[in-house]
Design a protein around this ligand. Structure first.
Ligand code: ADP
Ligand code: ZN
Length: 745
């Protein structure tokens, strides 16, 4: 916080505590707030859940008397805007919103409040901002800054281009000299540059956060059939918890939702073709925790947001890694473990290509060839991600230009959940020679029918039952066979025509395989993973390692939260997120003062809601005769039980992070979590990079720290070996790695 004067820093801490109940800013938030206070344009790229909103909500509270504080936030997500404003007002923050869903009467009141200088933060939809006379009205106010949320919508190189965002440049002319702060969760360097250019930014502070989300686990599974059973399997792991299932088409969302409902899930479809009432009902029920599963099309998931989403399932591949990152980013926004499962078939890419072509043909202004090429490229990269066997955390980080070293402990690749399909090369040869024998090109389902020896008329009438490859793979079921054919497309042995029917053709790679000069490795999900997934006894709890007693209190607190939310007409997460409730369930605060120390409980909410929560906690403890004000140790997450389970492994990583935050020594962490010292060391280095703690004294003594720093300066600090050598081999690599991580952070 070097750039902020001591006074401002004190004001900041007070505001943070009063309105949000937080003690400190995250490192990147601090830089963003500093840029805002200095009146400098900025572009902040932080993953979903990274804490972007605080970056524009806090600065207006830090302005001195006489300085303008009034800040305008442009956001395309009306539902989110409404919830954010409700949450801020509940915390005592002077915020308001103007958009299409606000009644004319309320809008007039809001404008008058702005005229009187009573509003510090005004959320506006782009449509309203660009409507007749609005910019003129704004120009007559003393606007301190403009914040633009979801700023990637301005770029046609991104995945969610919105033409109305293009016109935001008009803001600059209407409000000369007013700094602009852009925020987005997903932006490749090209999109970043485009955002800065489109908004005519002047020497912007470009702040890019860490993209990896350690609390998410990723899996990519070959889709079997329409994927409904696989979706069900994942959802069974999350009984009563929130989940989002993404599909490509509206029809698919409806049939999927129908199936899920018939199997006893609380599920509903959500897509652009539904009328506005149905859409907002589904959304309200989901946010209000009365609906668990939303089955949505990718285009219309944006307004859906809930901090405690425990699973995001893609029933088909999304059209870009940015889209994937953003959609999976909706899982675990509260920082607790959540899982992301992608069901993949290479035919998805064909479907997207066709959709892109159709929408280009139907567009009023046809997109430039370069834009179409860029879209195809994004699609191709997504396909490569899905088909590759590289650590998912690493691959996603790399896409956004960041490093993340495997094993992550939280993806299908690192946890070796896939295994080689038995006799892959032979099976591949059988498939390819069947395609060759058919002479005319056919689709994957037909090829599978022939290989399985189907007696269907369409096969026999063509005489394909006479082929030597007929029935050659009888023992493999059809869905699996189609998934194997998909994998042959992924490795380039087959290509899919993008004509009316996606038929298969052989390539040069296929000839090499058929000649026997190239081995093939096709994958299937390890049977044990299927077992684990279907074993209903292994249902996980909240993932926050609550013991049964804590879990019971947590459920009670959730009920109270829902009641308070209903009383106020806001979604429950606006009252409190899961994290503060979990901490309450673990620590059982017995007084207002104790409650105030829970992270996420701000002063105004404490005053308004504190007694209600205390009542429940105190009564609950009295009834069961258990003590209040449990010591901090109870808040420490329990060690994991099943080390191979990705969520469990990841949990232990998060548990290690929590212990490091308390300064626990390495050996203690390793012992408590039952992890190897080297693994724990790796967690520590990662934690240091991520959190940039003030000091790493508990793990490296001061003398070594200084020696390493000096040696790093002398050797350039790029590589560890020269530093090790410069220190005469007397300082362990572990220390060097850690100090370098700290210096870089
Ligand atoms: P984004 O807009 O980037 O998706 P949010 O602003 O919704 O992220 O914040 C994500 C979560 O992180 C919220 O639950 C928020 O309360 C929490 N959070 C944000 N900043 C902090 C902080 N400095 N300390 C603790 N929690 C924070
Ligand atoms: Zn991994």
């Amino acid at each position: 916080m070097g750039g902020l004067a001591a006074l401002a820093a004190a004001t900041m801490r007070e505001a943070l505590n009063r309105y949000w109940g937080f003690d400190t800013l995250r490192p990147l938030q601090a830089e963003a707030v500093e840029a805002a206070c200095a009146g400098r344009d900025s572009l902040v790229v932080l993953p979903t859940g990274g804490g972007k909103s605080l970056c524009y909500q806090l600065p207006p509270l830090l302005r001195g008397p006489g300085e303008p504080a009034f800040t305008v936030v442009v956001s395309p997500l009306i539902a989110l805007m409404k919830d954010q404003v409700d949450g801020l007002v509940l915390a005592g923050y002077p915020a308001a919103a103007l958009h299409g869903a606000v009644s004319p009467n309320d809008a007039a009141n809001t404008r008058r409040a702005v005229d009187r200088g009573e509003v510090k933060l005004l959320y506006v939809s782009p449509e309203r901002l660009l409507s007749e006379g609005f910019l003129g009205w704004l120009a007559s106010k003393r606007v301190a800054a403009v914040a633009i949320d979801e700023a990637h919508c301005i770029s046609q190189w991104g995945h969610d281009f919105r033409p109305e965002y293009r016109r935001l440049a008009e803001l600059r002319d209407a409000l000369p000299g007013v700094p602009v702060h852009a925020f987005t969760a997903t932006a490749t360097p090209r999109v970043r540059e485009d955002i800065a250019a489109q908004l005519n930014m002047v020497d912007p502070a470009i702040l890019v956060g860490i993209f990896d989300r350690p609390n998410l686990s990723y899996r990519v599974l070959p889709r079997i059939g329409n994927g409904e059973e696989q979706v069900e399997t994942v959802l069974r792991r999350h009984p009563g918890e929130a989940a989002i299932v993404y599909c490509i088409s509206r029809k698919q969302t409806e049939s999927m939702a129908e199936t899920l409902v018939s199997r006893g899930f609380s599920a509903a479809a959500y897509h652009a073709g539904l009328d506005g009432n149905t859409r907002s009902r589904v959304q309200d029920e989901f946010l209000g925790e009365r609906l668990d599963v939303v089955v949505a099309t990718v285009a219309f998931g944006m307004g859906i947001d809930r901090g405690d989403v425990r699973a995001v399932i893609h029933a088909s591949m999304p059209k870009s890694i940015e889209a994937y990152q953003q959609e999976t980013g909706r899982a675990g926004r509260d920082g607790l473990p959540a899982e992301c499962v992608l069901l993949y078939s290479s035919s998805d890419a064909v479907k997207w290509s066709q959709l892109m072509e159709r929408s280009a043909a139907e567009a009023e202004v046809p997109p430039a060839p370069a834009v179409l090429r860029a879209q195809r490229d994004l699609l191709f990269q997504m396909q490569r991600f899905a088909a590759s066997a590289r650590c998912r955390h690493q691959a996603l980080s790399a896409y956004f230009g960041q490093a993340c070293e495997p094993p992550c402990g939280a993806c299908d690749v690192c946890n070796a959940e896939l295994e080689e399909f038995p006799d892959s090369t032979t099976v591949a040869r059988k498939i390819l020679s069947c395609v060759a024998r058919l002479r005319d090109p056919y689709g994957a389902a037909y090829v599978a029918d022939v290989l399985r020896g189907s007696a269907q008329a369409r096969v026999t009438q063509r005489g394909h039952d006479q082929l030597s490859t007929y029935g050659l793979l009888k023992e493999v079921d059809k869905d699996t066979l189609v998934s194997l054919i998909d994998q042959l497309v992924d490795i380039g042995a087959l290509v899919r025509d993008e004509g009316e029917y996606p038929v298969l053709r052989l390539t040069g790679v296929a000839s090499a395989i058929l000649k026997g000069t190239q081995p093939v490795r096709m994958l299937r999900v390890r049977p044990s993973e299927v077992l684990v997934a279907t074993d209903k006894k292994r249902r996980r709890d909240k993932g926050a390692a609550l013991n049964p007693e804590e879990q019971a209190l947590f459920e009670e607190l959730r009920l109270l939260r829902r009641q308070l939310a209903d009383e106020r007409g806001v979604p429950p997460y606006v009252i409190f997120g899961d994290a503060p409730l979990i901490e309450m369930a673990q620590r059982r605060p017995g007084s207002i003062d104790a409650l105030a120390t829970i992270k996420g409980v701000g002063a105004v909410k404490l005053e308004q809601l504190g007694e209600r929560f205390l009542e429940v906690i105190v009564a609950w403890a009295a009834e069961r005769n258990v003590p209040l004000n449990v010591g901090a140790s109870a808040g420490r997450p329990a060690p994991p039980v099943a080390p191979r389970d990705p969520n469990e492994t990841n949990k232990s990583r998060l548990a290690a992070f929590a212990m490091f935050a308390q300064g626990a020594p390495l050996d203690e962490v390793a012992a408590t979590l039952d992890r190897a010292r080297s693994t724990t060391q790796q967690y520590l280095a990662e934690w240091v990079s991520r959190e940039a703690p003030e000091s790493i004294e508990p793990w490296v003594n001061a003398a070594n720290y200084d020696a390493i720093r000096v040696a790093a300066e002398a050797t350039g600090g790029e590589r560890l070996k020269p530093i090790f050598d410069a220190l005469g081999g007397n300082v362990p690599y572990d220390d060097i790695r850690l100090v370098m991580a700290h210096l870089r952070a």
